[in-house]
Design a protein around this ligand. Sequence first.
Ligand code: BTN
Length: 332
Amino acid sequence: MKAEILNLLRERGDYVSGQELCDLFGVSRTAVWKVINQLKEEGYQVDAVRNRGYRIIDSPDVCTKEELDSLMHGQTAWAGQNIQFYKETDSTNLRAKQAGEQGEPHGTLVVAETQTAGRGRRGRGWVSPPGSSIYMSLMLRPSFEPDKAPMLTLIMAYSVARALGACLAEDGGEKIQIKWPNDIVLNGKKLVGILTEMSTQIDYINHVVIGVGINVNREEFPEEIKETATSLRIEAGRCFKRAPLIVETMRQFEGTYEQFERCQDLAFLQEKYNGLLVNCGNDVMIHDARQSYQARALGINEKGELMVRREDGSVEAVYAGEVSVRGIYGYV
Ligand code: BTN
């Protein structure tokens, strides 16, 4: 009922009387009053005026299931329409994987306030303190072949970058960029990490989980990553609301994914993606399992591979497997 009351107050944008809420939801005045109090405790500013009722004035950085369901309503058809929310869990990627095994629908989104065993790439961890960041994993049931799955990471990176761009629009000058294939950077530091994991049968995908960690209002990072990690708050000098950012990411993702399903490759995205690519046109260091070499990053091709020109002039495609691309002098 809390979600319904929240929705109604939002949709009206005006006072709704306590009596109307009682009639609509078939509950007592006390029950309505309790829900309003819970909303206030969660951080909503609710104005209560005698003879007029209740009105939502503002919802600061509230990131709860009700808030997400309420904001997601009508924004997407499937991405994030089924939300599993945890105050604390081991890893949203693991929960999303479980959701995939348990038959939850395509587009199920797992969000956690904090993770006790957040997973990063290459077996690393992802430190996930509560209250200041986004930890979410989207579970998909694609009908295409497993070899196309890495493209989903790029689609997610692009979608998060678009959502972040919209969110920073009023800050001016803050440039969101993508560090192919998994990271998003702001002012040269890592703001977002993406971890895509897949469960396959011999030649088809059971489900894919795309995990996204966004440093939103975090004020500090441990010494070891201080030089390369940042948050929206550190860079823009203000706080951001997490729930609308999650919703906008899902909206962007759904649109881009549907286009990808129609085209079956990333030709439609190439130009826009390359426009956001942090190292485009610069020399980078490519580290793969066998070797490390310097090359000039040229942009992605229609398969989402990074095209690079080696020092001998040959052009080759780098596959987004276990390869890492770094700047010549550091992270970007
Ligand atoms: C990286 O190493 O850059 C990828 C980090 C991915 C972190 C996110 S947080 C939400 C989701 N759940 C996890 O356990 N990992 C991903």
